[in-house]
Design a protein around this ligand. Structure first.
Ligand SMILES: Cc1cc2nc3c(=O)[nH]c(=O)nc-3n(C[C@H](O)[C@H](O)[C@H](O)COP(=O)(O)OP(=O)(O)OC[C@H]3O[C@@H](n4cnc5c(N)ncnc54)[C@H](O)[C@@H]3O)c2cc1C
Length: 434
């Protein structure tokens, strides 16, 4: 087999080259706070920033390095939709409810894009639009019908269908049957975005502390006692923002989110000619199927980043890199022969109804189950949770306190993942039959 690895190939996120995680030299948290936030991803930090601005004493704790979770490992797509296809959502919940939820996703995008701008977070954010590639004629027709339905239901969406004859304007590939160009979507560098949030939250007075796992939380009349190996913290409120990394200390939440590993590779620096050939519009691509592949340019348009195979276990990351490489060159044959510099993984959290969830349980706030839309949805709902904690009625969204389902005999270790992935792939294969 050809050597696909560049010298210095590493199994850490490409993003960490430019935005390395902080070293392990962390202070001890104060013994009193207004709000303790568990998890230092974008969700926890977004909430911390808003709470600190409202003069709350906030402590954000992470079990590992600050930003250890998916927030510094993702693909950097800032979308304006839910994980669900709109027509499926409408069939399940009715069109009125579907339109309300879809509008939360639009608000989430707009909030996050505005936050990046107003906070001047330098994270190479670009409003590129997104190409949603249809793997079959059936998938293309479904995308087109979804678009009509969303327009009819008043969901703010700016998109156009790109027929197969024009898809080379988007991607150097013949395997798709056209797709949809969805405007008002962007990409950014997730490591720099996360770092920007840490800096802004700290500058407003929030404490953000790594290597300080919350091991238990006890409720009492005045609030909560949060226990960590570095001491106890008395606090009025607790916000659990651990998503795909939710620990056993929060069994109710852990039973309701399904962690799934997602994987990515980065190529070496490519020539401007090859980059222009592969992604002529400089736009990220996401496949329109249950188990999608995705491909995007890096922050300065000099490399290709490629991902997918969520939930599939192929053993080592080296084996995964080989698998993703063969998928990448199947999609874009022009990339055959390029070398890889990085392969990495992180955990997304699915929910049993494929919707994000936010609310309170046992007096503690939570927001999770992003179904791979956590950059916009999580950043926005982190902020909305901050508003809820301060009693602001503007905190309410159509996603608040919806029933958060679980399964019998599920305690947080997804023993059914192999079958779930098989079932999703089976549905994808049905969709491929024209
Ligand atoms: C490869 C990949 C690609 C993705 N691409 C996209 C994308 O393009 N667009 C998009 O919107 N979403 C994407 N996602 C999903 C997105 O990254 C997540 O939805 C989002 O980052 C979740 O943020 P969070 O703050 O909720 O959780 P995380 O960022 O995962 O943070 C949770 C944190 O909780 C901490 N924690 C766990 N237990 C404890 C404890 N006991 N005490 C203290 N801390 C604890 C963990 O250490 C972790 O740091 C992707 C994810 C992956 C893995």
């Amino acid at each position: 087999m050809a050597d696909i690895f560049a010298d210095g190939f590493c199994e850490t996120p490409y993003w960490w080259d430019l935005a390395p995680l902080e070293e392990n030299d962390e202070p001890t948290p104060a013994s009193k706070a207004d709000v303790v936030i568990v998890g230092s991803g974008n969700v926890g930090l977004s909430a911390a920033l808003s709470l600190a601005r409202l003069d709350r004493k906030v402590v954000v704790l992470d079990a590992q390095e600050i930003g250890h979770g998916a927030s510094t490992r993702n693909a950097g797509y800032l979308g304006r939709g839910l994980g669900f296809k709109y027509s499926d959502l409408a069939a399940k919940l009715g069109r009125e409810d579907a339109a309300k939820l879809a509008s939360v996703a639009v608000a989430a995008h707009d909030y996050t894009a505005a936050l990046i701008r107003t906070e001047q977070i330098t994270c190479a954010y670009r409003d590129t639009g997104r190409f949603i590639a249809a793997p079959s004629k059936k998938a293309y027709d479904k995308l087109s019908k979804d678009l009509d339905l969303m327009r009819h239901d008043g969901v703010p969406i700016d998109a156009e269908m790109i027929p197969r004859e024009r898809q080379h304007e988007e991607i150097a590939s013949d395997i798709y049957h056209g797709g949809q160009l969805l405007r008002g979507n962007g990409i950014m560098h997730p490591g720099l975005m996360h770092r920007g949030l840490v800096e802004r939250a700290r500058s407003q007075g929030a404490d953000v502390i790594g290597f300080c796992p919350v091991t238990s939380v006890d409720r009492h009349s005045g609030g909560f006692t949060v226990t960590t190996p570095k001491g106890k913290i008395e606090t009025r409120d607790v916000f659990i923002a651990t998503n795909g990394y939710t620990p056993k200390a929060f069994p109710w939440q852990r039973r309701r989110v399904v962690p799934a590993s997602a994987f990515m590779i980065a190529t070496e620096t490519l020539s401007p000619e090859l980059m222009a050939k592969v992604l002529p519009g400089g736009r990220p691509l996401l496949e329109n199927r249950n188990t999608p592949l995705w491909i995007r340019p890096n922050e300065d348009g000099t490399r290709i980043l490629f991902g997918g195979t969520t939930g599939e276990d192929l053993g080592s990351l080296t084996a995964k890199a080989h698998h993703l490489y063969s998928e990448m060159t199947r999609v874009v044959p022009a990339l055959d022969g390029v070398k890889l510099t990085h392969c990495w993984t992180g955990k997304v959290a699915m929910s049993f109804d494929f919707l994000p969830h936010t609310g309170t349980h046992d007096g503690m706030h939570y927001a999770m189950g992003w179904c791979a839309t956590g950059i916009p949805m999580g950043t926005y709902l982190g902020h909305q949770t901050a508003l809820r904690i301060t009693g602001d009625p503007a905190s309410v969204t159509a996603l608040d306190d919806r029933p958060f389902p679980t399964w019998p005999f599920y305690y947080g270790d997804p023993w059914f993942m192999r079958w779930a992935v098989w079932w999703l792939q089976y549905q994808d294969r049905q969709m491929m039959k024209d």
